[in-house]
Design a protein around this ligand. Structure first.
Ligand code: GDP
Length: 302
């Protein structure tokens, strides 16, 4: 918890500082509230959530009378926390319920370059460190480099990588990965998919097929959508496209180390109705953390 807060604070605390400075002004006039709104919008919080938050803050500050920095910080912390949500299920479901003899299956989807393969590798590392046996499926068959990259991660963390011929059928690689994972009594199969967005129909056909084919053997326990936090509104557009193709069950927000626009957490959850479950905080193997609302908000307002 402390780690996430410390790692985030460098990139994120400009939002909190900005808001606290504004709210500490002696006279909170219309212009100030507009600045509060702009600050939130600049941090990618999104229009709807921004308006809600400003309204709540206006109400609460009004009844506060005098405003000490500590009171303001506490108030802001509470309201941001409410916006981020403390009661969502943020567990990454890799465990199979009951005595079923099959691996947990996780599909990792997202646009190329967002950090899909890196996230798959980091997640494998966490699971292996947790004593689980993991099989990786390199279902991005369009880029040989992507399969190589995944295999490198596999070797590094101690997970077998199943791959197919370059240009082969992604669904068949995904099928093989689950098959081999089942035969080897693996605990978890993580499938890294292709994220070409040239044509939406192509993506739909491909991802839909990957999921259907996998489901011939085992239910998919988790579909993680990887989004690059630095892409702002573009990321939201991508999220919408993917959500039309597959049922996303969790969001991984990568590259939060490289942006002050942490508000995207709120915007994307609102957009998809799906919780942020993991965050990427760097390129290294240990730079994946569970998303903890308290730590996140603390980083914003500390
Ligand atoms: P993919 O095409 O979606 O599989 O993306 P990659 O996994 O190849 O990642 C693209 C680039 O983003 C690589 O240079 C990664 O090292 C980098 N990357 C991935 N996740 C993070 C993160 O959380 N923070 C930072 N700073 N870089 C990241």
């Amino acid at each position: 918890l402390v780690r996430l807060r410390d790692r985030l604070s460098r990139s994120q605390n400009s939002l909190g500082k900005g808001l606290l400075t504004l709210l500490s002004r002696e006279h909170l006039d219309e212009d100030t509230w507009e600045e509060v709104e702009d600050t939130l919008l600049t941090a990618d919080v999104g229009v709807g959530p921004t308006q809600e938050l400003v309204e709540r803050l206006r109400e609460r500050v009004k009844v506060l009378g005098t405003r000490t920095p500590e009171e303001l910080r506490g108030l802001l912390r509470e309201e941001l926390l409410a916006l981020v949500g403390t009661d969502l299920d943020r567990t990454v479901h890799t465990e199979v319920e009951g005595a079923v003899d099959r691996p947990g299956v996780v599909l990792v989807v997202g646009v190329n370059g967002t950090g899909k393969t890196t996230t798959t590798g980091k997640l494998a590392r966490v699971l292996v460190a947790d004593g689980k046996s993991v099989v990786l499926g390199a279902a991005d068959t369009f880029r040989a480099a992507a399969a190589d990259q995944l295999e490198t991660w596999g070797t590094r963390v101690g997970a077998r990588t199943v791959r197919g011929p370059e240009g082969g059928d992604p669904a068949s690689v995904a099928f093989d990965a689950v098959k081999q994972g089942t035969e080897a009594s693996a605990d978890v199969v993580l499938i890294d998919t292709a994220g070409r967005l040239h044509t939406k129909t192509g993506l739909m056909d491909e991802l839909g097929k990957v999921k259907r084919v996998v489901e011939k053997q085992a239910p998919v326990d988790e579909v993680l959508l990887v989004l690059d936090a630095t892409t702002g509104q573009n990321g939201l557009v991508q999220a919408r496209v993917f959500a039309e193709v597959v049922d996303i069950t969790g969001i991984v927000l990568t590259k939060l180390d490289g942006t002050a626009k942490g508000g995207i957490v709120v915007a994307v959850q609102r957009e998809l109705g799906v919780p942020v479950k993991l965050v990427g905080l760097g390129e290294g193997a240990d730079d994946l953390a569970p998303f903890e609302p308290e730590a996140f908000v603390d980083a914003l307002v500390q």
